[in-house]
Ligand binder design. Structure first.
Ligand code: HEC
Ligand code: HEC
Length: 269
């Protein structure tokens, strides 16, 4: 049995490794950029989550530490502040990112320092309206018919979305048809700076540019404009099934797929 499961385990740990890495010996700013900046800025406006400027003035230090190290438990435990924030941010849940207490304290110090100095960290999302050209280009990036400047693999090597990919798209990541409903105007920031472990492993070194991320987000918005009623229920379920299924499947197809991804990572001659 061991020899059969071994490749699967190796693949799994390869996927989870990037999650463990930011925790060791890196400073708070690096960690903020990697794990928080897809959804937060300090002093550059709100994105998927609140602008963290002056956090220390509006929340007790202990509350923030608890929230950063275990948002899910606080939201599910009915903490009144967490519940209000969740409503204010359209039901998008701050994910648990495996942050330890000392790391959270270093992050809070970073937030205090930037706030006190009036410095900003992070960039506001591009807010111009998307043109048909943006949507067209976004689709090309999604499918891989146009390459990201950084050489990052196409979204479709791991994802599908309505009308693109279908069974031919990748299954390692969830279907992205509902991504706009889930992340709203912050989606471009999430794509530019993904904090999800698997994606971060690939995109930390080869990020999409702000402009590219904006175009992919514009494309996803154009395919996600079906009524949200069913999607809200179905999508998170699909997401989990997609992730778990993708990882199991990854055990079988992963080596081939990752080889493909790696090949894509090399710039075309
Ligand atoms: C995927 C998006 C996402 C990521 C990544 C993320 N957050 Fe959040 N965060 C949110 C959302 C959304 C909220 C609002 C509360 C809610 O809806 O859960 C929030 C709320 C917070 C709050 C409370 C802010 C307030 O005004 O009281 C703090 C503090 C916070 N996040 C810190 C962090 C830190 C530090 C990181 C990185 C380690 C991080 N977050 C990563 C989405 C995210
Ligand atoms: C190497 C595979 C891979 C590639 C390439 C990839 N993703 Fe992902 N993505 C994932 C996985 C796996 C997840 C689930 C979370 C995790 O573990 O990272 C995910 C999660 C997401 C999410 C969050 C979905 C949710 O339900 O919360 C979004 C949005 C997303 N990806 C967008 C993109 C876009 C846009 C691209 C192209 C620029 C892309 N991804 C390229 C693997 C990938």
């Amino acid at each position: 049995m061991f020899p059969r499961t071994a490749p699967r385990l190796i693949l799994l740990s390869a996927l989870l490794l990037p999650l463990a890495q930011p925790l060791a010996g890196q400073d708070a700013e690096t960690q903020f950029r990697k794990s928080c900046m897809s959804c937060h800025t300090i002093g550059a406006g709100k994105k998927v989550g609140p602008d963290l400027k002056d956090l220390g003035k509006r929340r007790p230090h202990d509350w923030s530490t608890k929230f950063i190290t275990g948002a899910a438990a606080m939201i599910d435990g009915g903490d009144p502040t967490a519940t209000t924030l969740l409503r204010e941010f359209n039901g998008v849940r701050m994910p648990d990112l495996g942050v330890t207490v000392p790391e959270a304290q270093a992050l809070l110090k970073l937030i205090d320092d930037y706030s006190a100095q009036g410095k900003a960290l992070g960039t506001a999302a591009i807010s111009r309206p998307a043109t048909p050209e943006d949507i067209r280009n976004g689709r090309l990036y999604f499918t891989g018919d146009r390459r990201f400047k950084s050489g990052a693999p196409s979204c479709m090597s791991c994802h599908r979305a309505q009308g693109v990919g279908g069974w031919g798209g990748g299954w390692l990541g969830p279907d992205l048809t509902g991504a706009t409903a889930k992340y709203g105007a912050g989606l471009a920031g999430v794509i530019e700076n993904p904090s999800f472990p698997t994606m971060q492993g690939v995109f930390a070194k080869t990020p999409a540019s702000p402009e590219e991320a904006f175009q992919v987000a514009s494309f996803l918005k154009s395919v996600g404009s079906q009524p949200p009623d069913q999607r809200d229920v179905v999508f998170p379920v699909l997401g989990v099934v997609g992730l778990v299924g993708g990882m199991l499947l990854g055990g079988h197809l992963g080596r081939k797929r990752l080889k493909g991804v790696r090949k894509n990572l090399k710039p075309r001659a």
